[in-house]
Ligand binder design. Structure first.
Ligand code: PEP
Length: 244
Protein backbone atom coordinates (compact mmCIF):
# COMPACT_ATOMS: atom_id res chain seq x y z
CA UNK A 1 0.00 0.00 0.00
CA UNK A 2 1.33 3.43 -0.94
CA UNK A 3 2.02 5.70 2.04
CA UNK A 4 0.25 9.03 1.55
CA UNK A 5 2.41 12.12 1.37
CA UNK A 6 1.39 15.64 2.35
CA UNK A 7 4.26 17.84 1.18
CA UNK A 8 4.47 21.54 1.98
CA UNK A 9 6.64 23.84 -0.13
CA UNK A 10 7.38 27.08 1.70
CA UNK A 11 9.15 28.54 -1.35
CA UNK A 12 11.03 31.79 -0.54
CA UNK A 13 9.10 32.33 2.67
CA UNK A 14 10.20 31.88 6.24
CA UNK A 15 12.72 33.04 8.81
CA UNK A 16 13.61 31.69 12.24
CA UNK A 17 10.24 32.73 13.67
CA UNK A 18 8.51 30.47 11.14
CA UNK A 19 9.91 27.45 12.95
CA UNK A 20 7.09 27.98 15.44
CA UNK A 21 4.68 26.91 12.68
CA UNK A 22 6.64 23.71 12.23
CA UNK A 23 6.70 23.12 15.97
CA UNK A 24 2.90 23.50 15.99
CA UNK A 25 2.69 20.69 13.41
CA UNK A 26 4.08 18.21 15.96
CA UNK A 27 2.07 15.02 16.14
CA UNK A 28 0.79 15.19 12.56
CA UNK A 29 2.77 12.14 11.51
CA UNK A 30 0.51 9.20 12.06
CA UNK A 31 -0.79 6.10 10.40
CA UNK A 32 -0.38 5.95 6.69
CA UNK A 33 0.33 9.66 6.17
CA UNK A 34 3.77 11.23 5.97
CA UNK A 35 3.83 15.00 6.46
CA UNK A 36 6.77 16.81 4.87
CA UNK A 37 7.80 20.45 4.90
CA UNK A 38 10.34 21.91 2.47
CA UNK A 39 11.39 25.20 4.08
CA UNK A 40 13.94 27.55 2.52
CA UNK A 41 17.44 26.04 2.70
CA UNK A 42 18.39 28.48 5.47
CA UNK A 43 15.96 26.72 7.82
CA UNK A 44 16.59 23.06 6.99
CA UNK A 45 19.12 22.38 9.73
CA UNK A 46 17.06 24.02 12.47
CA UNK A 47 13.82 22.50 11.17
CA UNK A 48 15.27 18.99 11.18
CA UNK A 49 16.59 19.58 14.70
CA UNK A 50 13.09 20.27 16.03
CA UNK A 51 12.25 16.56 15.67
CA UNK A 52 8.55 17.21 15.24
CA UNK A 53 7.91 14.00 13.31
CA UNK A 54 7.42 16.12 10.18
CA UNK A 55 9.94 15.07 7.54
CA UNK A 56 12.09 17.91 6.20
CA UNK A 57 13.00 18.44 2.57
CA UNK A 58 14.66 20.94 0.25
CA UNK A 59 13.22 22.83 -2.71
CA UNK A 60 16.04 22.41 -5.22
CA UNK A 61 19.60 21.13 -5.53
CA UNK A 62 22.52 21.55 -7.91
CA UNK A 63 23.33 18.66 -10.22
CA UNK A 64 27.00 18.64 -9.25
CA UNK A 65 28.61 17.18 -6.15
CA UNK A 66 30.66 20.26 -5.26
CA UNK A 67 32.83 22.90 -6.90
CA UNK A 68 32.78 26.44 -8.28
CA UNK A 69 29.04 27.14 -8.26
CA UNK A 70 28.60 30.28 -6.20
CA UNK A 71 25.35 30.35 -4.30
CA UNK A 72 24.31 26.79 -5.17
CA UNK A 73 23.76 23.86 -2.83
CA UNK A 74 24.53 20.23 -3.61
CA UNK A 75 22.22 17.39 -2.71
CA UNK A 76 24.84 16.06 -0.32
CA UNK A 77 24.87 19.41 1.55
CA UNK A 78 21.09 19.33 1.86
CA UNK A 79 21.17 15.75 3.15
CA UNK A 80 23.91 16.76 5.57
CA UNK A 81 21.71 19.60 6.87
CA UNK A 82 18.88 17.14 7.58
CA UNK A 83 16.80 16.99 4.38
CA UNK A 84 15.32 13.64 3.42
CA UNK A 85 13.62 14.83 0.22
CA UNK A 86 14.23 17.40 -2.48
CA UNK A 87 11.83 18.89 -5.00
CA UNK A 88 13.09 18.95 -8.59
CA UNK A 89 11.51 20.50 -11.67
CA UNK A 90 9.12 22.86 -9.93
CA UNK A 91 7.56 25.09 -12.59
CA UNK A 92 8.91 28.19 -10.83
CA UNK A 93 12.45 26.83 -11.31
CA UNK A 94 11.69 25.85 -14.88
CA UNK A 95 10.34 29.37 -15.54
CA UNK A 96 12.59 31.57 -13.40
CA UNK A 97 15.84 29.68 -14.00
CA UNK A 98 15.23 28.17 -17.43
CA UNK A 99 15.56 24.62 -16.13
CA UNK A 100 15.03 22.02 -18.83
CA UNK A 101 13.92 18.41 -18.52
CA UNK A 102 17.59 17.47 -18.89
CA UNK A 103 18.52 19.67 -15.92
CA UNK A 104 15.75 18.11 -13.86
CA UNK A 105 16.98 14.63 -14.74
CA UNK A 106 20.55 15.50 -13.73
CA UNK A 107 19.41 17.04 -10.43
CA UNK A 108 17.26 14.00 -9.69
CA UNK A 109 20.20 11.66 -10.25
CA UNK A 110 22.38 13.84 -8.02
CA UNK A 111 19.73 13.75 -5.31
CA UNK A 112 19.52 9.96 -5.42
CA UNK A 113 23.31 9.71 -5.23
CA UNK A 114 23.12 11.72 -1.99
CA UNK A 115 20.40 9.46 -0.60
CA UNK A 116 17.56 11.95 -1.01
CA UNK A 117 14.09 11.02 -2.20
CA UNK A 118 12.84 13.23 -5.02
CA UNK A 119 9.51 14.91 -5.65
CA UNK A 120 9.70 15.61 -9.37
CA UNK A 121 7.20 18.18 -10.68
CA UNK A 122 5.58 18.22 -14.08
CA UNK A 123 2.63 20.20 -15.39
CA UNK A 124 1.10 21.93 -18.35
CA UNK A 125 0.55 25.66 -18.94
CA UNK A 126 -2.89 27.15 -19.37
CA UNK A 127 -2.34 27.45 -23.14
CA UNK A 128 -1.35 23.78 -23.35
CA UNK A 129 -4.44 22.76 -21.34
CA UNK A 130 -6.60 24.80 -23.70
CA UNK A 131 -5.08 23.48 -26.91
CA UNK A 132 -5.57 19.89 -25.77
CA UNK A 133 -1.90 18.94 -25.51
CA UNK A 134 -1.78 18.30 -21.73
CA UNK A 135 -1.12 14.55 -21.86
CA UNK A 136 1.45 14.93 -24.61
CA UNK A 137 3.27 17.64 -22.62
CA UNK A 138 3.27 15.49 -19.48
CA UNK A 139 4.53 12.42 -21.37
CA UNK A 140 7.40 14.48 -22.80
CA UNK A 141 8.30 15.88 -19.37
CA UNK A 142 8.21 12.41 -17.80
CA UNK A 143 10.35 10.93 -20.54
CA UNK A 144 12.91 13.73 -20.43
CA UNK A 145 13.19 14.30 -16.71
CA UNK A 146 12.75 10.94 -14.99
CA UNK A 147 16.06 9.04 -14.92
CA UNK A 148 16.51 5.30 -15.26
CA UNK A 149 16.49 3.69 -11.84
CA UNK A 150 13.28 5.30 -10.61
CA UNK A 151 11.46 3.27 -7.96
CA UNK A 152 8.51 3.69 -5.66
CA UNK A 153 10.85 4.57 -2.81
CA UNK A 154 13.22 7.05 -4.47
CA UNK A 155 10.74 9.01 -6.59
CA UNK A 156 7.41 10.80 -6.16
CA UNK A 157 5.80 12.52 -9.14
CA UNK A 158 3.86 15.74 -8.52
CA UNK A 159 1.36 16.78 -11.15
CA UNK A 160 1.15 20.55 -10.89
CA UNK A 161 -0.75 22.36 -13.64
CA UNK A 162 1.07 25.70 -13.88
CA UNK A 163 -2.21 27.58 -14.17
CA UNK A 164 -3.38 26.16 -10.84
CA UNK A 165 -0.33 27.17 -8.80
CA UNK A 166 -1.09 30.04 -6.46
CA UNK A 167 -4.15 31.07 -8.49
CA UNK A 168 -7.03 29.49 -6.63
CA UNK A 169 -7.96 27.66 -9.85
CA UNK A 170 -8.15 23.88 -9.57
CA UNK A 171 -8.71 21.31 -12.32
CA UNK A 172 -11.92 19.32 -12.16
CA UNK A 173 -11.91 15.94 -10.46
CA UNK A 174 -12.32 14.43 -13.93
CA UNK A 175 -9.22 16.24 -15.21
CA UNK A 176 -7.14 15.14 -12.20
CA UNK A 177 -8.42 11.58 -12.57
CA UNK A 178 -7.51 11.49 -16.26
CA UNK A 179 -4.01 12.85 -15.69
CA UNK A 180 -3.11 10.66 -12.72
CA UNK A 181 -4.36 7.51 -14.44
CA UNK A 182 -2.34 8.48 -17.50
CA UNK A 183 0.80 9.09 -15.44
CA UNK A 184 0.59 5.72 -13.72
CA UNK A 185 0.13 4.01 -17.07
CA UNK A 186 3.12 5.85 -18.55
CA UNK A 187 5.28 4.91 -15.56
CA UNK A 188 4.15 1.29 -15.85
CA UNK A 189 5.04 1.13 -19.51
CA UNK A 190 8.58 2.30 -18.79
CA UNK A 191 9.33 0.84 -15.36
CA UNK A 192 6.82 -2.00 -15.00
CA UNK A 193 3.63 -2.51 -13.03
CA UNK A 194 5.27 -3.11 -9.64
CA UNK A 195 7.18 0.18 -9.66
CA UNK A 196 4.19 2.09 -11.04
CA UNK A 197 1.99 0.56 -8.36
CA UNK A 198 4.38 1.62 -5.61
CA UNK A 199 5.13 5.14 -6.83
CA UNK A 200 3.29 8.01 -5.18
CA UNK A 201 1.59 10.56 -7.41
CA UNK A 202 0.81 13.92 -5.83
CA UNK A 203 -1.52 16.61 -7.05
CA UNK A 204 -0.38 20.22 -6.55
CA UNK A 205 -2.02 23.57 -7.30
CA UNK A 206 -4.21 25.60 -4.94
CA UNK A 207 -4.87 22.72 -2.54
CA UNK A 208 -6.51 23.93 0.65
CA UNK A 209 -8.53 22.48 3.49
CA UNK A 210 -11.80 23.10 1.65
CA UNK A 211 -10.91 21.12 -1.49
CA UNK A 212 -8.45 18.54 -0.13
CA UNK A 213 -10.92 15.74 0.61
CA UNK A 214 -12.42 15.87 -2.87
CA UNK A 215 -8.99 15.76 -4.53
CA UNK A 216 -7.71 12.99 -2.24
CA UNK A 217 -10.72 10.84 -3.11
CA UNK A 218 -9.35 10.46 -6.65
CA UNK A 219 -8.04 6.91 -7.01
CA UNK A 220 -4.52 7.65 -8.23
CA UNK A 221 -3.90 10.67 -6.01
CA UNK A 222 -1.53 9.71 -3.17
CA UNK A 223 -1.25 13.11 -1.56
CA UNK A 224 -0.51 16.71 -2.38
CA UNK A 225 2.23 19.24 -2.90
CA UNK A 226 0.98 22.37 -1.16
CA UNK A 227 2.39 25.87 -1.44
CA UNK A 228 0.52 28.73 0.21
CA UNK A 229 -1.57 26.56 2.51
CA UNK A 230 1.51 24.91 4.04
CA UNK A 231 2.90 28.06 5.63
CA UNK A 232 0.62 28.03 8.66
CA UNK A 233 0.05 24.96 10.81
CA UNK A 234 -3.64 25.85 11.08
CA UNK A 235 -3.98 25.69 7.26
CA UNK A 236 -1.76 22.67 6.66
CA UNK A 237 -2.96 20.37 9.42
CA UNK A 238 -6.52 19.98 8.08
CA UNK A 239 -5.05 19.06 4.67
CA UNK A 240 -2.92 16.36 6.30
CA UNK A 241 -5.96 15.14 8.23
CA UNK A 242 -7.97 14.88 5.00
CA UNK A 243 -5.49 12.22 3.86
CA UNK A 244 -6.13 10.01 6.91
C1 PEP B 1 3.32 24.81 -5.49
O1 PEP B 1 3.96 25.83 -5.72
O2 PEP B 1 3.90 23.72 -5.55
C2 PEP B 1 1.92 24.94 -5.16
C3 PEP B 1 1.17 23.90 -5.33
O3 PEP B 1 1.49 26.18 -4.72
P1 PEP B 1 0.00 26.54 -4.21
O4 PEP B 1 -0.47 25.43 -3.33
O5 PEP B 1 0.17 27.82 -3.49
O6 PEP B 1 -0.85 26.65 -5.43
Amino acid sequence: MRRKLAAGNWKMNGTQVSLAELAAMQGMSKGNVEPLICPPATLIYAAAGLKTGVTIGAQDCHAGENGAHTGDLSAMMLADAGAAYVITGHSERRQDHGETDGDVLAKTEAAWAAGLKVILCIGESEAQREDGSTLEVLATQLKGSVPEGATGSNLVIAYEPIWAIGTGKVPTVQQITEVHRFLRTEIASRFGDDIAGAMRLLYGGSVKASNAAEIFAVEDVDGALVGGASLKATDFMPIVSALN
